[in-house]
Design a protein around this ligand. Sequence first.
Ligand SMILES: Nc1nc2c(ncn2[C@@H]2O[C@H](COP(=O)(O)OP(=O)(O)O)[C@@H](O)[C@H]2O)c(=O)[nH]1
Ligand SMILES: [Mg+2]
Length: 321
Amino acid sequence: VPSPPRADSLVDAAINGDRGAVARLLSLVETGGAEARAVVAALYPRTGDVYTVGITGAPGAGKSTLTDRLVERIRRDGDEVGVLAIDPTSPFSGGAILGDRIRMQDHATDPGVFIRSMATRGHLGGLALATPQAIRVLDAAGKPWVVVETVGVGQVEVEIAGEADTTVVVVTPGWGDAIQANKAGLLEIADVFVVNKADRAGARDAVRDLEAMLDLASPGRTWRPPVTETVAIDGTGTAELWDAVLAHREHLFERGELSDRRHARLRTELKAIVAAALEQRAEALCEGAGFDDLAARVAARELDPYRAADELVGGVPDETA
Ligand SMILES: Nc1nc2c(ncn2[C@@H]2O[C@H](COP(=O)(O)OP(=O)(O)O)[C@@H](O)[C@H]2O)c(=O)[nH]1
Ligand SMILES: [Mg+2]
């Protein structure tokens, strides 16, 4: 088995346009562990330029189809783009999910597009940490845009979705869909709304529901999310959707809010890394022989559980001191 190339040389190769190196780096950050850390250390100084667009909504809302349209649009402007499809329900990773592969195959031979699916491997918190690292891989590889498609169903997914510079929330016509989006916390993270499948009955009602909810939501805010309508399967409205994304980006730039947002995101990420590191240490502590001993003393009523925990983590000074 050949030894893995060092993170530095992989990063250099990725920067020079080696797609295999990009794929390898994405696998490493997805897996986590010591190698992922080495990759991030090598990458980090080369990042900070990418603009991220999150696309989120219920399964089947048309996120992948819309992403495909936005990729087309970005390529028409001549820019390169990376796509990360985060699917917590999929057991697959490392490649595209079948349906996505079929739709995305127009871009498969385009060297300006890099598409990747990431699954959770049963570890949602890990994915929340892996996503910003994966974005950094594409950033270092020179992609000015990264589109992150996330299923907006659970808290962690909504968190991942809300980590983009511009977050697009996709809903579909049908009674209650806008209300469901509201309940799922998608109203708070939305910078742009899109009612997709506008070829179906009820699209106007969905737009009206969203506008009514926006009327009630925080009147003091400086940006009111526009509500757009699309038919992703034929491309209707996707130009307007992209214009809305660009308008939001312009708004963030003009008001200096982009750097504030990114700074807040880094603080959140840093906290999550600290928490994960401490959790790992806690697990290691609880696997040692000292733990068994303490547990036995708690069982024998010699110690209460809090006191025992203090002894283990060193919160209580040694009695002989
Ligand atoms: N009628 C209609 N179907 C659509 C539209 N957009 C997507 N679909 C279909 O909806 C299904 C789910 O789309 P997909 O992009 O995979 O949704 P995702 O799960 O949110 O990524 C697919 O069969 C699409 O062809 C649309 O605007 N109108
Ligand atoms: Mg999809």
